[in-house]
Design a protein around this ligand. Structure first.
Ligand code: C5P
Length: 244
């Protein structure tokens, strides 16, 4: 692989998560007996190609996050782990995490704690694609629903062909300098609400490359998603248990 430096993962977990309706930040809601962020940390710790971690958490949750990092990550990463507090929106939280990435990392993954079941292998696949020369990489899956564009009165305007569309996930991976520039350009333009980091890179004119996503990298947003996550974890536990 053509990378001279290392890869760092910025895990953004500083959302307030009101939509989940569980009270408290989404990343600290439990699934399979542990907070969402713990599962995400465990996947990062299990990724062979990730050296450093920066976890971005809501202000006031830094101590709790430190303990979870100790439990899930300690001794499993070759590099450093840091916890920093997040910002008022996702883009700002990523920027704060990015500024805490160690100097020897030349590849940066940005991962949502809300996609806490994304497997370690997906993180490694994204790092590998960047290390092989892509500036920006997103994992994505074909869409199963037909999507319609609508106007403000809910009138359908058009139906983009499904074969042209992908549902994009995280971790998204970047050459560090590319992501840093994309964020500073966005700040200079006054853009604060990018839907994801790849869209900021798209604005710089650089190509963004798509790799195969993973079903388990789905985003936990609703109570239904939480129930699906419980099922995924229970199934994984059952298949890991020794046969009776
Ligand atoms: O709200 P949503 O699920 O789209 O957030 C995606 C990810 O961004 C979540 O993991 C959330 O914790 C994170 N986020 C953040 N800081 C914010 C808002 C969201 O780190 N201010």
């Amino acid at each position: 692989m053509s990378t001279e430096g290392k890869a760092a993962c910025v895990l953004v977990a500083a959302g307030r998560g009101e939509r989940l309706g569980e009270g408290g930040p989404k990343a600290f809601v439990r699934v399979g007996g542990r907070p969402l962020i713990w599962h995400a940390l465990r996947a990062i710790a299990g990724a062979d190609l990730v050296s450093h971690l920066v976890a971005v958490v809501p202000a006031g949750y830094e101590r709790q996050a430190d303990e979870l990092v100790d439990d899930a990550v300690a001794g499993r990463l070759s590099g450093t782990s840091r916890v920093v507090s997040g910002g008022e929106n996702r883009q700002r939280s990523v920027a704060l995490g990015l500024s805490a990435v160690p100097a020897d990392a030349d590849i940066v993954l940005v991962h949502d704690a809300a996609r806490c079941l994304a497997p370690s292998g997906l993180l490694d696949a994204v790092v590998r694609a960047v290390a092989h020369g892509q500036d920006a990489v997103v994992p994505g899956l074909p869409v199963v629903d037909t999507l319609k564009r609508i106007d403000e009165r809910s009138r359908v305007i058009d139906t983009p062909p499904r074969s042209d569309l992908r549902a994009v996930q995280t971790p998204q991976g970047f050459r560090r300098a590319v992501l840093t520039r994309a964020h500073s350009d966005a700040e200079a333009r006054g853009d604060t609400d990018a839907p994801d980091d790849a869209s900021l890179v798209e604005r710089t004119g650089l190509p963004v490359h798509l790799v195969a996503g993973h079903q388990e990298a789905f985003k936990i947003t609703t109570g239904h998603d939480l129930a699906v996550a419980e099922t995924v974890l229970a199934r994984a536990r059952a298949s890991a248990a020794p046969a009776p």
